[in-house]
Ligand binder design. Structure first.
Ligand SMILES: CC(C)(COP(=O)(O)OP(=O)(O)OC[C@H]1O[C@@H](n2cnc3c(N)ncnc32)[C@H](O)[C@@H]1OP(=O)(O)O)[C@@H](O)C(=O)NCCC(=O)NCCS
Length: 177
């Protein structure tokens, strides 16, 4: 199933407030597949986040439906010595719009962008093991499982494994989606 008239584009300054609200709403759901947010980013951290997402090695695509921001996906460069060839991927869709192909489209836009960004040689992500829909999507996009961090997340009584996945090397240049 897919929703018609969804617009996908790189985040603009005018989208920033809506994106912050989107993330606030997402964490307010208290999903078992996401870590708790704690205090959330400060204004300075948000400013830095958007600045970085507009750099040469990082990007954030958003999905809009009838003027409402309903999804975001992209990659951020890992700002550590000797790891700058790697980016970390994040992907989220608003509750009412899930399982309608929007995550797949955001992933497609992101992976096509990384495929033509020569500095990126590795795309990595972490997903909780209790998120089969997300894992299915990442595998369809060519991500391989690299490891399992056993019992890495504890949410109250819920103890979760974290699955580490990545696309590496020449596979970055030929996205499967
Ligand atoms: C994960 C998420 C980003 C995916 O976006 P989405 O728009 O719902 O995903 P899509 O509709 O494009 O694709 C979902 C796929 O998972 C499949 N799927 C859904 N539930 C599944 C399940 N229980 N087991 C296996 N596959 C499942 C769907 O069939 C679909 O695959 P298909 O296109 O081959 O049929 C979205 O669901 C979301 O934001 N979830 C909450 C936050 C989250 O989990 N973020 C990711 C953290 S790593």
């Amino acid at each position: 199933m897919s929703v018609a008239n969804i617009e996908y584009h790189v985040v603009r300054s005018a989208d920033e407030a809506a994106y912050k609200q989107f993330m606030t709403d997402l964490f307010a759901e208290g999903l078992a597949v996401l870590p708790d947010r704690g205090m959330g980013p400060t204004d300075e951290q948000w400013t830095e986040f958007f600045k970085r997402r507009r750099s040469d090695h990082s990007v954030l695509f958003i999905a809009e439906h009838e003027g409402r921001l309903i999804g975001g996906g992209g990659v951020g460069r890992i700002e550590q010595p000797n790891r700058e060839h790697s980016v970390s991927l994040a992907l989220n869709v608003s509750k009412e719009y899930r399982n309608q192909g929007i995550g797949r489209m955001l992933l497609r836009h992101t992976l096509r962008w990384t495929s033509v960004t020569p500095a990126i040689e590795r795309i990595e992500l972490e997903v909780t093991a209790n998120n089969p829909g997300a894992i299915h999507l990442y595998q369809a996009a060519g991500f391989s499982v690299e490891g399992i961090k056993r019992g890495a997340l504890k949410k109250g009584d819920l103890v979760l494994d974290i699955v580490q996945m990545a696309i590496v090397g020449s596979s970055v240049r030929s996205p499967k989606l």
